[in-house]
Ligand binder design. Structure first.
Ligand SMILES: O=C(CO)[C@@H](O)[C@H](O)[C@H](O)[C@H](O)COP(=O)(O)O
Ligand SMILES: [Zn+2]
Length: 196
């Protein structure tokens, strides 16, 4: 078993995917960052959700908004819907796991807010329900997906934005999702603070 060679393969496939994804995703990332900046400028907020590694990504994004990214600035209003175990377990217990994000969006979401929905398959039922409720609440949906976009791709409205990573590997897609999140943070800061 050549573990060193395996690491080489994993790094190479991650780098190759990022290189392939750049021209496809760059214009869409810019559009998403402009929408997010506009949302904050209107005193609105961003709610984020996802499962597993994507739950971590949802929290990673909200912490970089609430605290800061690489430059000093005021905190920006963002809430990850993946963090409150009492709320999540009670909704799953009393209703269904499918509702864990949707019910929070009913309570917290307002017209003009954005939902950042993260799913590598595009098929997680609780993320699909979250998108339905975001639409009811007149929120724009920005989603990070992979594979064929799954059912999320079919649900989106024309004003929504899908950033779809061209890969079928969950792990590789997640690696690009994290890079996309850092691009969004950087572009939001540039619009807020200027280039320096
Ligand atoms: O991190 C990983 C795999 O790298 C897993 O925890 C993964 O996030 C979970 O299987 C998720 O439930 C997958 O959901 P989704 O990305 O298809 O919406
Ligand atoms: Zn993972």
């Amino acid at each position: 078993m050549d573990l060193l060679a395996r690491v080489q393969t994993l790094f190479t496939s991650s780098i190759t995917l990022k290189t392939q994804a750049l021209p496809l995703l760059a214009p869409v990332i810019v559009r998403a960052a402009e929408s997010m900046y506009h949302c904050f400028n209107q005193q609105k907020k961003i709610l984020s959700c996802g499962n597993g590694g994507s739950a971590g990504d949802a929290q990673h994004f909200s912490s970089e908004m609430l605290n800061r990214f690489e430059r000093e600035r005021i905190g920006l209003p963002a809430i990850a819907l993946t963090t409150d175990s009492s709320t999540i377990t009670s909704i799953a217990n009393d209703y269904a796991y499918e509702q864990v994000f949707a019910k929070q969006i009913y309570a917290l979401g307002q017209e003009g807010d954005i939902l950042l929905a993260i799913s590598t398959s595009g098929n997680s039922p609780n993320v699909l329900q979250a998108i339905h409720v975001a639409h009811e609440k007149q929120m724009q949906v920005i989603c990070l997906t992979g594979k064929d976009g799954g059912k999320i791709a079919e649900l989106l409205y024309p004003d929504d934005i899908e950033i779809r990573v061209p890969s079928t590997s969950t792990a590789r897609i997640q690696e690009v999702h994290l890079l996309v999140i850092h691009c969004l943070c950087d572009l939001i800061d540039r619009q807020l603070l200027g280039a320096n």
